[in-house]
Design a protein around this ligand. Structure first.
Ligand SMILES: Nc1ncnc2c1ncn2[C@@H]1O[C@H](COP(=O)(O)OP(=O)(O)O)[C@@H](O)[C@H]1O
Ligand SMILES: [Mg+2]
Length: 382
């Protein structure tokens, strides 16, 4: 049972995701990655070529949360003072080493660092402890920072060993690819609106308090049903040369639980393990390899339900067409053939998938196909 407060918190999280994804085309994965990281109080990185809406997504995420935000585009020449604030010269004269941090990273809850792997080693070192311990070591002082989530963007996966440690701390990784040709028409419309400023700046839908409550809920998600499968997946990844550090193996659980919450559940199911697609990949090639492993290993009811509904819509179209065609029209033969193929697909889904709702729908669609097949056979004088 969910109490009212829980329901309200889960609704706010859902709303955040929906508002985040809304103006973009084909950026559901990116929006989910950001949402999960924020829920889990972890860091996330979008890796991809320029112009794929990485910055726009991060900006929108920040607008949707009532939080202190800091963003910066890093170059090789970026100095620590640009991120952490300039040295306070008055204090320095008195022999104290203090930075003026107002409006800078040390005071921000949500941070966006574009081209984060351009950071020089002084910045990288500071980022490491800030990301890991939420402590900023500056000169002689140790300061606890309010950072909740760091969103990074980069056009590449780093190869330099000194960047590896920072990369490992981005628990949630998403490879942001340019849209496929089938989405270009939609992109023009959506991009036009964004460029023209027709997409109004959204009102925040989350505040830090609600976010903290949502974050706490993560630890009440029941994970008992998926642990066994998770361990099996870790073994498969390792076997296929996809290595997760122990840190990532542990923290992955938080993202699994966060996904259950985003789906309005307090119990994790196999479907939630699909979030490993954001956690297991290291190199660019890994993103596809992990997807293949997950789709082999996980039964995903949602996916099958979607496919069945698509088949069902096609069957209804076919039924309409069949009723318009005259007897012995050769097109009836084509319809008959494709319905036969659709039916064997539906039956194989019904056989392979254990999920109750998938089975029921598959049986229903199979019956509907049979009805249309019967009508066509009649018209064909079979
Ligand atoms: N998938 C998309 N949906 C809608 N608009 C997009 C999409 N991809 C790119 N755009 C348009 O291109 C602009 C550039 O994106 P930007 O966030 O600067 O990319 P990046 O940070 O990845 O280089 C966006 O502001 C938007 O107008
Ligand atoms: Mg950018």
């Amino acid at each position: 049972m969910q109490n009212k407060a829980t329901t309200r918190v889960l609704e706010a999280i859902r709303k955040f995701y929906e508002h985040l994804v809304e103006p973009f085309v084909g950026r559901e994965e990116e929006a989910r990655a950001i949402t999960l990281a924020i829920l889990a109080r972890e860091h996330t990185i979008l890796i991809g070529e320029p112009g794929t809406a990485k910055s726009a997504l991060a900006r929108r995420a920040a607008e949707l949360i009532r939080a202190r935000f800091f963003k910066y585009l890093l170059t090789k020449y970026t100095e620590p003072s640009e991120l952490f604030g300039p040295l306070d010269l008055n204090a320095l004269r008195e022999g104290r080493y203090v930075r003026i941090t107002r409006g800078k990273l040390p005071e921000a809850e949500i941070v966006f660092l574009d081209e984060v792997f351009n950071a020089n080693s002084a910045i990288l070192n500071a980022l490491l402890s800030i990301m890991q311990e939420r402590i900023w070591y500056d000169g002689y002082t140790e300061i606890v920072v309010p950072l909740w989530t760091l969103i990074g963007a980069s056009n590449r996966v780093p190869e330099e060993p000194e960047l590896e440690a920072v990369y490992d701390r981005f628990l949630v990784r998403q490879y942001t690819r340019p849209l496929p040709e089938s989405k270009w028409a939609e992109l023009l419309d959506a991009g036009w609106k964004l460029e023209a400023g027709l997409t109004t700046k959204p009102e925040p839908v989350l505040d830090m308090d609600t976010l903290r409550q949502a974050h706490k809920l993560i630890f009440s998600v029941n994970l008992s049903r998926i642990k066994h499968k998770l361990l099996k997946l870790y073994a498969i990844f390792e076997e296929r040369g996809i290595h997760l550090t122990d840190r990532r193996k542990t923290k992955a659980l938080k993202i699994v639980a966060a996904n259950a919450l985003l789906e309005g559940r307090l119990e994790a199911t196999e479907e939630d393990l699909t979030v490993l697609k954001y956690i297991a990949p290291h190199d660019i090639e890994d993103f596809d390899r992990v997807l293949v492993i997950l789709s082999e290993e996980l039964k995903m009811p949602e996916k099958y339900l979607r496919e069945l509904n698509e088949i069902r819509a096609n069957v209804q179209e076919a039924a309409k067409l069949a009723s318009m065609l005259r007897s012995y029209d050769p097109r009836l033969v084509d319809l008959f053939r494709s319905l036969k193929i659709a039916k064997s697909r539906v039956l194989s889904i019904a056989k392979d998938v254990e999920d109750e709702s998938v089975r029921t729908l598959a049986e229903q669609v199979a019956r509907e196909i049979d009805e249309v097949l019967e009508k066509i056979s009649y018209k064909l004088g079979m």
